[in-house]
Design a protein around this ligand. Structure first.
Ligand code: F6R
Length: 644
């Protein structure tokens, strides 16, 4: 949800901000803007509706006059107020303060009433404008207080020196510290003001923010990918931090206002990890990166025959020994990976596993029993509902043994910081809004978790562990082979060109895979798609079947295949068009009404759902190409959902 970027440098900051915005566009893309302090120390702003390229064009039309050494920029995913130029960030108050914001100020309506009474004028429908006004008000009050302070002690200080006294220099950071005290909700803020044209101030609570350390220059962004072309060195701000950032100077204050040091961490991501290369879309690139993503996620976590429990942290073994059941919380695609794991946990190690979407879990009064492993799964590690569910459980933890584990793709994200244990999926940056390689690596992580829990609890034999490890070692090859069916899937995608609805069917672990296939199709091709466990068809959905509804079925050769075949015959008998993904042993013949793709060799219980998901990703991608939708940035969606 929204991306922010900013910087203070000797060079012109505009190209760096634009490139940063392009790299953050996956977070939101309905409008964007940049505010700079120009050579006279005045605020200049350009905003544009639509994608970053329209902002870029606007800047080009200024024939080089829009430039500066300090600035902030924003790409928006609308929460309060429609996508429009007026609602686009940065927001400015009285030509004195400019602000970019990611998050939501929940009490903005209340603050707005107060600020209107104080004489502030609103030009947008956003919650962010109250931030600009609150900082402006704090600046004015601090300035007045400075002016009123008796000057007896400092009578010898000339006027010129007084204007650069320490108070004056710190006014902006103090104003931000005062202002944020009023805000309820989540924010990552970047602020510049004419009071201090050398300084960029940032604040973070509930939304991510990193500081990029350059040589004689500093930058800020919502995530590291935005700044990789200018630095590899980052400070990840903590909850409640406020920082004063200048070209050669950095001060960070914690939530208590104490000046503190934060560790500088080096990113091992290369700048081109977030470039398209030979691919037309990030989604396509990320689908094809999956064999490597699996290799990277397994690396250092398994030996020839065993899974290393230490992959979940050095204290994981002791924690796992106490566990009686698992509760998984996640959203969207990550929720689907949890659903697959439920089948695995209960079937393979006989451990009870509950899975729930975070937005429901956090608002009910769930009963959670002692010795439950509370697992959150998230690509971004910033999903607001998942984070809130974790925080809710942490509140209960004083009285119960409920260790928390996050499976996440982003190191230093909010979820990883708040969990007792962390497992990082090494999928690399996922830029396409539709999650692909993150899902695959989450399933790998869950298979490793299953094995470690089973071992720690004595619920998994060594023989079974070896079988799982051998299966995981084959997985990169299986995924690669499944990807090789792209041409066949491109052909099948044509079936969907004139369709408005589709059904996805599966049984067992293939049911959540069907759900994931349906979600992918909906989100990037805008075709309405539903997933059903195939056995549920006759309880209602069969009424939908006719020649206008393609029915996608996932049919591995497993214990449920014969039952699935009967379900498919029920569909076929009613004129439905079947698209079946099978393995070499399933033997579903391509009779009239059936299009069958032999996706893979016969796969195991763990490797099957991961492998069968691959053709569904390719199918939704190619249907979206035919439909001409925006594959990487589908309408109304954003990558990292940091708001409710
Ligand atoms: C779908 C998709 C979303 C995310 C969901 C959770 O393709 O990407 O459904 O899976 O928003 O996001 P994370 O995993 O970042 O918590």
């Amino acid at each position: 949800m929204c991306g922010i970027v900013g910087g203070v440098a000797e060079r012109n900051i505009v190209p760096i901000l634009l490139e940063g915005l392009r790299r953050l566009e996956y977070r939101g893309y309905d409008s964007s803007g940049i505010a700079l302090l120009d050579s006279d120390g005045q605020i200049q702003r350009l905003r544009s509706i639509g994608k970053i390229k329209s902002l870029d064009e606007k800047i080009q039309n200024h024939s080089g006059t829009f430039s500066g050494h300090i600035g902030i920029a924003h790409t928006r995913w609308a929460t309060h107020g429609i996508p429009s130029e007026n609602n686009a960030h940065p927001h400015i108050c009285n030509n004195r303060v400019a602000v970019v914001h990611n998050g939501i100020i929940e009490n903005y309506a209340e603050l707005k009433i107060q600020q209107l009474a104080q004489g502030y004028r609103f030009t947008s429908e956003t919650d962010t404008e109250v931030v600009a006004h609150a900082i402006h008000k704090a600046l004015s009050e601090l300035q007045d207080a400075e002016a009123e302070r008796p000057i007896t002690d400092n009578a010898y200080i000339s006027n010129e020196r007084r204007s650069s006294s320490r108070d004056d220099q710190n006014r902006l950071v103090r104003a931000v510290q005062l202002a944020v005290k009023q805000f309820k909700g989540a924010y990552a803020l970047g602020v510049v003001a004419i009071d201090d044209p050398e300084t960029l101030v940032v604040a973070r609570k509930g939304s991510p923010l990193v500081i990029g350390i350059g040589i004689g220059e500093h930058f800020i962004a919502s995530d590291v990918s935005a700044l990789l072309p200018v630095t590899q060195n980052f400070i990840f701000l903590e909850e409640g931090d406020v920082a004063k950032i200048q070209r050669n100077h950095l001060e960070i204050y914690n939530h208590a206002g104490e000046c503190i040091e934060r560790e500088i961490k080096q990113s091992n991501l290369s700048a081109n990890a977030v470039e398209l290369g030979e691919h037309r879309h990030f989604m396509h690139k990320e689908i094809f990166e999956q064999p490597q993503a699996v290799i990277d996620t397994l690396e250092g976590r398994i030996t020839q025959e065993h899974v290393l429990i230490s992959a979940f942290g050095f204290q994981a073994e002791d924690v796992f020994k106490t566990i009686q059941q698992v509760q998984i919380i996640a959203c969207g695609t990550s929720y689907h990976s949890g659903l697959v794991a439920k089948y695995w946990f209960e079937d393979i190690i006989g451990m009870s596993c509950q899975v729930e979407v975070a937005s429901e879990y956090r608002y009910r009064n769930p009963v959670i029993i002692d010795n439950t492993l509370f697992v959150t799964i998230s690509q971004s590690g910033e999903t607001a509902d998942t984070l809130a569910a974790l925080q809710q459980i942490k509140g209960l933890k004083q009285h119960q043994n409920i260790p928390t584990l996050t499976i996440c793709n982003v190191a230093e994200s909010s979820l990883t910081r708040e969990s007792d244990l962390t497992f990082l999926t090494h999928a690399g940056p996922e830029i396409g809004v539709a999650s692909t390689k993150a899902f695959t690596t989450q399933l790998v992580a869950l298979a490793l978790l299953l094995t470690c829990l089973g071992k720690a609890k004595g619920l998994l034999s060594e023989k079974r562990e070896i079988t799982i490890v051998k299966g995981l070692q084959k997985l990169p090859g299986l995924v690669k082979n499944a990807l090789a069916h792209e041409d066949q899937i491109m052909e099948i995608a044509k079936t969907f060109a004139d369709k408005d609805n589709a059904l996805f069917l599966g049984r067992g672990t293939m049911y959540p895979i069907a759900m994931e296939g349906a979600l992918k199709l909906k989100e990037i091709s805008y075709i309405h798609a539903e997933a059903y466990p195939a056995g549920e068809l006759k309880h209602g959905p069969l009424a939908l079947i006719d020649e206008h509804i393609p029915v996608v079925a996932i049919a591995p050769h497993d214990d449920l295949l014969e039952k699935l075949k009967s379900n498919l015959q029920e569909v076929n008998a009613r004129g439905g068009q079947m698209i079946v993904f099978e393995d070499e042993k399933s033997n579903i013949s391509s009779e009239p009404g059936f299009k069958v793709v032999k996706t893979t060799t016969n796969v195991g219980r763990i490797t099957a759902p991961i492998t069968f998901n691959i053709p569904l990703q390719l199918l939704s991608y190619h249907v979206a190409l035919i439909k001409g939708t925006d594959v990487d940035q589908p309408r109304n969606l954003a990558k990292s959902v940091t708001v409710e």
